[in-house]
Design a protein around this ligand. Structure first.
Ligand SMILES: C[S@@+](CC[C@H](N)C(=O)[O-])C[C@H]1O[C@@H](n2cnc3c(N)ncnc32)[C@H](O)[C@@H]1O
Length: 254
């Protein structure tokens, strides 16, 4: 199945690396597929007394990096600690990717919470995810938790309507924007989804540190603009790192 999904990649491998390269590619697909199934059946057996630190250890050091967050470890650890304290019951994440932050957030929020995670079926910024991973991502939820995956462009009105239908008049306690990282993209996600967030809710942004190497990343520009209107917190390991960094908008200034 994976082969058909990635037909173009298979042909590119044969062309670029010859038959041996293709064989290695096949092996890596088999290994990945095996791990997806293995993890899906084992993730529920996780020790329930996890802490933010043990969750971070789990995603960064286990499972061949299959659900590793695309984040700086110390930064995401701090965010997960904040989320654990705040206990948001309704969460929207834009940018599922490998499921790293989805896994961490779903374990950090209360049992009876609802989480919606959005990503493209095969995304820009290199990630997105294939259908085969949906079962794995669904297995992150705890027994009373409701986890919804939407494989669509967050900027489409249809996607927003799907989210609203799932929320069924609930307001959002945590919105985590980590999808399209262009200035226009992040701004659009904010404009479309922030009205769903309640007065005590928080809005997180990933990649607030200026990124000179990646000229299409404009989160920093939008962050500088928007943070003026809010009480906010910045989680940045080092402002010279030229990537990552998490910004959290808290209460709106009056
Ligand atoms: C940096 S990754 C997210 C990382 C993830 N939150 C983590 O750390 O585990 C960004 C993701 O946003 C997705 N994306 C980009 N543009 C999008 C859009 N318009 N709608 C939905 N998802 C989008 C990409 O496909 C990619 O998977």
């Amino acid at each position: 199945m994976y082969l058909f999904i990635n037909k173009k990649r298979v042909l590119a491998h044969i062309k670029n690396r010859g038959i041996f390269g293709f064989f290695l590619y096949l092996l890596s697909i088999v290994k990945k597929t095996f791990y997806i199934f293995y993890l899906t059946f084992n993730i529920r057996k996780l020790n329930k007394n996890y802490t933010a630190d043990s969750l971070i250890d789990y995603v960064y050091t286990k499972n061949e990096g299959l659900i590793k967050p695309i984040q700086i470890r110390s930064e995401i650890l701090k965010l997960i600690k904040i989320i654990k304290n705040k206990k948001p019951k309704t969460v929207i994440e834009i940018g599922t990717a490998q499921g790293g932050t989805l896994f961490l957030i779903s374990k950090a929020i209360p049992e009876d919470s609802l989480i919606v995670s959005i990503d493209l079926p095969g995304g820009s910024f290199g990630y997105g995810y294939p259908k085969i991973k949906m079962r794995l991502y669904k297995s992150f939820s705890r027994p009373k938790q409701k986890l919804h995956l939407i494989r669509a462009d967050s900027h489409k009105l249809n996607t927003l309507n799907k989210v609203k239908k799932i929320l069924n008049n609930r307001t959002v306690d945590l919105l985590f924007i980590d999808g399209d990282h262009t200035y226009d993209g992040v701004k659009k996600d904010f404009e479309m989804y922030s009205p769903l967030v309640n007065n005590t809710g928080i809005i997180g942004f990933h990649d607030i540190v200026i990124s000179k190497k990646r000229s299409n990343v404009g989160v920093n520009d939008f962050w500088i603009e928007i943070k003026k209107n809010y009480e906010y917190e910045e989680i940045v390991e080092n402002w010279k790192q030229l990537r990552c960094g998490i910004g959290i908008l808290k209460r709106k200034k009056t």
